[in-house]
Ligand binder design. Structure first.
Ligand SMILES: [Mg+2]
Length: 120
């Protein structure tokens, strides 16, 4: 069974790009528009989360905080995909226990390398 990956991003364009990249590589893809939408649509078979930092309603940090409070999801890998690249933002991500940080725009091959490392 191919790994199911959830992309949480308020940008339609980014979600489509991520979808195309992941589906082409054989992954199963689900999506959410913001952290709250993602929390409302969690399913235990999701193996990895690709998460934007800046989103309306609920941003990436708050989403991950909520996700890590749930026993079922505590150990699932999370990668941030964001335009942010400052050291303090990354530090905050690290303190939340995230597994990777990819800066937009992403390059499909190196993006997939990170994903494969975490769910391969
Ligand atoms: Mg955004």
């Amino acid at each position: 069974m191919p790994a199911k990956i959830m992309c949480v991003d308020d940008s339609n364009t980014i979600r489509s790009l991520v979808k195309k990249t992941l589906v082409t590589a054989g992954f199963e893809f689900v999506e959410a528009e913001n952290g709250q939408d993602a929390l409302d649509n969690l399913s235990a078979d999701i193996e990895l989360f690709i998460v934007d930092v800046n989103m309306p309603v609920m941003g990436g940090y708050e989403f991950v905080e909520n996700l890590k409070k749930q026993a079922e999801y505590k150990t699932k890998p999370v990668v941030f995909l964001t335009t942010e690249s400052s050291a303090d933002k990354k530090e905050k991500g690290k303190s939340l226990g995230i597994n990777g940080w990819i800066v937009k725009p992403f390059e499909p091959a190196s993006f997939l390398k990170v994903i494969d490392m975490l769910v391969g």
